[in-house]
Design a protein around this ligand. Sequence first.
Ligand code: FES
Length: 101
Amino acid sequence: MSAADAMRIHDSNRVATVELFLDGQRFTARAGESVAVALFASDVKALRSSPRLREARGMFCLMGSCQECLVMVDGRRTLACRTPVTDGLHVETVPETGADG
Ligand code: FES
């Protein structure tokens, strides 16, 4: 079992498969998974890049501490690892602000 599989909700008989969108690209997930896990399991590892070094940033702690999974949902900044997927959820990457390096 891969690391991504270990994070997923496995009871697919009782959990609905839903869709979410990242910058307009469609992905599938299981209802209740976090946005971070759903994207990671779909091979999306980077959600933004650092403004100074242009290094990929993405899921790291998966518990709301590192802030590396910052995304936009409904026009508000939120953490992908703390946001449950709902059907049709639209997630946008965050424009760089120069706040980190
Ligand atoms: S992965 Fe660290 S805050 Fe989301």
